[in-house]
Design a protein around this ligand. Structure first.
Ligand code: PLP
Length: 391
């Protein structure tokens, strides 16, 4: 035993690192674990619709049998990067501007770890996807929130401008948004571009719901915005677009200098996404796209969800993108949304997500619930029947 290091057991030290203690409580995860039995689960975004394309499954099985079982280039399967590049506006260079990740979740963590030093401020627009807060916490960043009010959830331009300052290192964007389905307007993107240039800030733009935009609206990527393109890190995912959330396939798009940094962190963390699944997506994915328009059927599902909720007394309007409706419950209850959601599940067998995890102050989410509509039509019609008591 080293006499300078007597064997004592430190009793006062808390378990684990500070960055772990700063992670949010996982409000949704707890609720989803509690769900069971005869429940119509509209709480999680796990895809029930569209169905996973059988061609993808066939190619994945084939890839395993054909021996695609070892490490892939950590940057990602070259063919897959080619195809992703072709699908994106401005066609990034797949060799130097695209990296395949283990879902957008890895991409998010990698982006913030690569961009943010402990103590740097990161701007989040409320309401936000809960994992944004987790990724900021892991990177040691300090979240700076820009509030917004329902039902429109538009950030106030003055508050948005005021959120930027010398300590800001990044802003996280999400359009179409989880949980509101809102699209950032051209004016908002231009303002963000201007502020990012003024304060030398990077925009981490989560665009996983880009394939789901409705009613003639157009998704505008941060990579298309003058002044933002070269300082943006765009995140994409196949989880929802191709209903393969368990495959864990996403990507990072960024200008070459950023991509070099992102790949260093990517290698240090996952070292790459699953080789056979990348292979399957690269070989079967492009062919699916002849006549593949998941947004068209998803709009029908959105309309079913909005009708069911409206007839049941929730207040909501049809979101222009994404896969969720943020529905007001003030006309139905005085209870906070977690309690309301639990009682609704017991009374009707329909599970929705309380909106409390999407706000810095959870109380701001009390008047809302989030409802996922990426479900088969029959599921949404059953939810309608249970919520309204009518067929
Ligand atoms: C906004 C947003 N980003 C990222 C993710 C995670 O995507 P992935 O399954 O590709 O990790 C989700 C999943 O719900 C999401 O809503």
């Amino acid at each position: 035993m080293n006499p300078s290091h007597p064997r004592t057991t430190p009793t006062s030290r808390p378990l684990g690192a500070e960055r772990v203690r700063r992670l949010p409580g996982g409000g949704l995860v707890g609720l989803l674990k509690a769900a069971g039995g005869d429940v119509v689960n509209l709480a999680a975004g796990t895809p029930g619709w569209p169905a996973t394309p059988p061609e993808l499954i066939k190619h994945a099985v084939h890839a395993l049998h054909e021996g695609v079982n070892q490490y892939e280039n950590p940057d990602g399967n070259a063919l897959l990067r080619e195809w992703i590049a072709c699908s994106l506006p401005g066609r990034p260079d797949p060799a130097t501007e695209l990296t395949v990740t283990a879902g957008a979740s890895e991409a998010l963590a990698v982006a913030l770890l690569a961009a943010v030093d402990p103590g740097d401020e990161v701007i989040l627009l409320e309401p936000f996807y809960e994992n944004f807060l987790s990724a900021v916490a892991l990177a040691g960043g300090v979240p700076r929130f820009v509030p917004a009010q329902g039902p429109d959830w538009a950030p106030d331009p003055a508050a948005l401008t005021a959120a930027f300052g010398p300590r800001t290192r990044a802003i996280v964007l999400n359009s179409p948004a989880n949980p509101t389905g809102r699209l950032l307007t051209d004016e908002e993107l231009d303002l963000i571009a201007e502020q990012c240039a003024t304060w030398d800030v990077v925009a981490v733009s989560d665009e996983v719901y880009a394939p789901y935009v409705y009613d003639g609206a157009r998704h505008r990527s941060a990579a298309e915005v003058p002044g933002l393109a070269e300082r943006s890190i765009v995140l994409g995912s196949f989880s929802k677009s191709h209903s393969v959330s368990g495959w864990r396939l996403g990507y990072l798009r960024a200008a070459e200098p950023w991509t070099r940094l992102l790949r260093q962190v990517h290698i240090a963390t996952t070292g790459g996404a699953a080789a056979p699944l990348q292979h399957a997506m690269a070989h079967a994915g492009p062919a699916l796209h002849d006549g593949w328009d998941p947004a068209e059927s998803m709009r029908t599902m959105r309309d079913h969800a909005v009708r069911a909720l409206t007839e049941a007394g929730f207040s909501c309007s049809a979101p222009r993108g994404g896969i969720y409706v943020m529905a007001g419950i003030a006309g139905l209850t005085d209870e906070p949304s977690p309690r309301f959601a639990r009682e609704l599940a017991e009374r009707t067998g329909v599970l929705v997500a309380p909106a409390t995890p999407f706000f810095a102050d959870p109380r701001h989410g009390d008047p809302y619930v989030r409802v996922a509509f990426n479900r088969p039509e029959a599921t949404l019609l059953e939810a309608h029947r249970r919520l309204t008591g009518r067929p």
